[in-house]
Write a protein that binds this ligand. Structure first.
Ligand code: GCW
Length: 677
């Protein structure tokens, strides 16, 4: 289709952003940029005659088709087109309808219109019939957050795509245009909140809550605001001491409370729509309320009271565990920790506190069970936390499309309230009638020109946003949307890319740690194989492999009791050696190498087979990508090819190290006699 014009009666930066998104997008797709009505472009709104606005939308100029976009309040024509149907859209939803050449995008708020604009582009890029758009959408989740683990020195904790776009050399230092592009990118998939600094809050970042930094942070907030994205800050629980000079950070101390109240007031003075604080407390050596003999609820509520009067939130992370576990202690289990710490506090948190719970009980491994804390608490707001950055899944040098993993988590039936309670319904708040909930995820972007290092890793950020908006979308549909929008309407490229994305998590899992046992990476940086890297480390995260068997006994009967944290049939399924799914076997059970899986293979043969197979398929990924030479832009092609080649080589190293380790431990030869060193 060609769109001759775009019109709106809104005089608002966000609707203006929607219009430029449409104009640019349509220009890029169809080679002809529509004429934008002056009313819609003039920042002062004093335009008068040149405006076509709603009149053009009446279809007065016959053959010319165009787009009418904006809020119902400002556009009478949109009210007429959608009428009572608009009532269902909520604050961030939108409707799109094409009739007689006019495509109407209507919403109750400017950001709804912006989401609608991006959706129209998505429809056009994915080949929807342009003459018959009829869409009503609203997001499933209220909070759709991204977390930056960026530090003020410009580094990014677990960042694999270059330095930070926000900071440089111990200063907040950014190019507004790049930040605007990021805001637009996040809004294009409907994300609406960003925590702008690492949850490990270091010395200078602890001062972000002071006047030293608030003016610059306000500039960032202003850029994001246009795209409907609100700012959060990660804060240091000990800031009253480290920044405020107080002798304590005890949440029940009045001077401490007063200090946070003053900080909150100053923040809201600078950033009136500030979203809130993100807090990692009493976790991995970060300070927290435990120091003062207080609990998480007392800590979180104190901050919640400071922010609450301004409408702010406290997002409190549940990644709390003993990182100094003694290897002789077979009862302490990191997997149990989040549940053990937080379940007893259900109902103790203020309404403006949200607990942020990692998707699994450990730490973003390629395979983990779903955190049993999700859904367990009935009277506490919860968001599920994913990791888009590929810390344990190949660090954006290996291809690992994470959306299938996230789908598995979201569809997991928790059996809360007796059933029909998958994680996605826990996160959106509907199962327990919570008004606050949603998704959080650690970003995978940096200053690399392509944002994510591996060009195909963009699909993970895209997919995260799409799932946060609508967790019913399939991993494949999301991959296809992304491929068509990224590489253009070339079926051959899209099919190849979708196929590679969809197979990638299985390939990655095949050549890395087997059967859900996890870890087996090099300590600290977490890249590359090291079977015993953490086994004899002080951070002990164990697999207990010896000459007889491997795996962690987390049963109630003879192990750590972790399996008992699940509800109903889930507890029984994981407890039972016979019912535990193969892919999680070693997470829940310690078994001899000769143990037979449901697949019919022994554990040891499974390890050999999957590692040979995974490494081979990793090699094929490189060939499959190579077959697209000339069909995708040369720079993207080259960048990805280099990474696919590295993955292919590195997968062989993984294969050999894992196979060799288990061959030498067990003494059991490969049935097929393949080379194991
Ligand atoms: O995944 C682990 C990382 C840490 C991280 C921590 C967390 C920000 O290895 O780098 O710290 O989790 O989630 O807090």
């Amino acid at each position: 289709p060609t769109y001759a014009w775009i019109a709106s009666s809104d005089r608002n930066d966000t609707v203006r952003a929607a219009i430029s998104v449409l104009a640019e997008g349509i220009g890029a797709m169809f080679g002809e940029t529509p004429w934008v009505s002056a009313l819609a472009t003039d920042p002062d709104g004093e335009t008068g005659k040149r405006s076509v606005g709603p009149n053009a939308a009446d279809g007065a100029n016959g053959a010319d088709s165009g787009i009418l976009v904006g809020t119902f309040a400002a556009n009478e024509r949109l009210r007429e087109i959608f009428g009572v149907e608009a009532a269902e859209l909520g604050r961030e939803g939108f409707a799109i309808r094409t009739k007689e050449g006019v495509t109407a995008i209507g919403a109750h708020t400017p950001v709804g219109a912006l989401y609608g604009a991006f959706h129209l582009l998505r429809l056009l890029a994915t080949g929807a019939d342009p003459s018959g758009h009829e869409v009503f959408e609203r997001p499933a989740n209220k909070l759709r957050m991204i977390n930056q683990w960026d530090n003020i020195d410009g580094s990014i904790e677990r960042g694999y795509a270059g330095p930070s776009i926000f900071y440089r050399d111990d200063a907040i230092d950014f190019e507004p245009a790049r930040i605007r592009d990021y805001a637009r990118l996040l809004a294009s998939v409907g994300l609406n909140a960003i925590a702008i600094n690492n949850v490990n809050v270091h010395r200078l970042e602890s001062r972000f809550v002071t006047e030293d930094y608030l003016p610059r942070l306000a500039e960032l907030a202003a850029i994001f605001r246009v795209y409907g994205i609100k700012l959060l800050l990660s804060v240091n629980f000990a800031a009253p001491i480290e920044v405020g000079g107080l002798p304590t950070a005890d949440p029940l101390d009045e001077a401490v409370q007063q200090w946070w109240h003053e900080r909150a007031a100053a923040i809201y003075e600078a950033i009136p729509d500030f979203c809130g604080f993100l807090v990692k407390a009493d976790s991995e050596n970060r300070p927290g309320p435990f120091t003062y003999g207080r609990g998480h609820a007392e800590g979180a509520n104190m901050l919640a009271d400071a922010l609450g009067r301004h409408g702010g939130l406290v997002v409190w992370r549940c990644f709390v565990y003993n990182c100094k576990q003694d290897w002789r202690d077979r009862k302490t289990d990191r997997a149990r920790a989040a549940y053990d710490h937080f379940m007893p506090l259900d109902g103790a948190f203020r309404d403006n506190v949200v607990l942020q719970i990692k998707n699994g009980p450990m730490d973003f491994q390629a395979r983990e069970p779903v955190s049993p804390l999700l859904g367990a608490m009935e009277r506490t707001n919860q968001v599920v936390e994913f990791q888009i950055t590929q810390e344990y899944t190949g660090q954006q040098r290996h291809l690992c499309y994470l959306v299938p993993q996230w789908k598995t988590v979201l569809d997991f039936e928790t059996h809360a309230l007796g059933g029909a309670a998958p994680v996605k319904r826990i996160a959106d708040g509907s199962v327990h009638g919570r008004t606050l909930g949603g998704f959080a995820a650690v970003s995978n972007i940096g200053a690399d020109p392509n944002w994510t290092g591996h060009p195909l890793a963009q699909a993970n950020l895209y997919g995260y946003g799409r799932l946060a908006w609508n967790p019913e979308l399939s991993a494949e549909a999301i991959a296809e949307e992304w491929a068509l929008q990224t590489f253009g309407a070339n079926r051959r490229v899209a099919d190849a890319v979708v196929g590679m994305l969809m197979e990638s998590p299985d390939i990655y899992e095949s050549y890395t740690a087997p059967l859900g046992v996890g870890w087996m990476v090099n300590p600290n940086h977490h890249y590359g194989p090291n079977v015993d890297g953490y086994e004899y480390d002080k951070w002990g995260t164990y697999h207990f492999a010896d000459r007889d068997g491997v795996g962690v006994d987390r049963t109630v009967r003879s192990g750590t009791g972790y399996a008992g944290q699940y509800r109903g049939s889930n507890a029984n399924m994981y407890e039972s050696l016979a019912d535990c799914p193969d892919e999680l076997l070693l997470f829940f059970h310690h078994v001899p190498y000769g143990h037979r899986l449901k697949s019919g293979r022994t554990v040891i043969q499974h390890i050999y087979d999957t590692h040979f197979d995974g490494a081979q398929r990793a090699g094929e990924l490189a060939q499959r990508w190579a077959s697209l030479e000339g069909l995708v832009a040369a720079d993207v092609y080259d960048e990805a090819l280099a990474r696919f080649r590295e993955q292919a080589e590195h997968a062989k190293e993984w294969r050999d190290r894992i196979n060799t380790y288990f061959y030498r431990k067990s003494g059991v030869p490969d049935e097929q006699g393949r080379t194991i060193y």
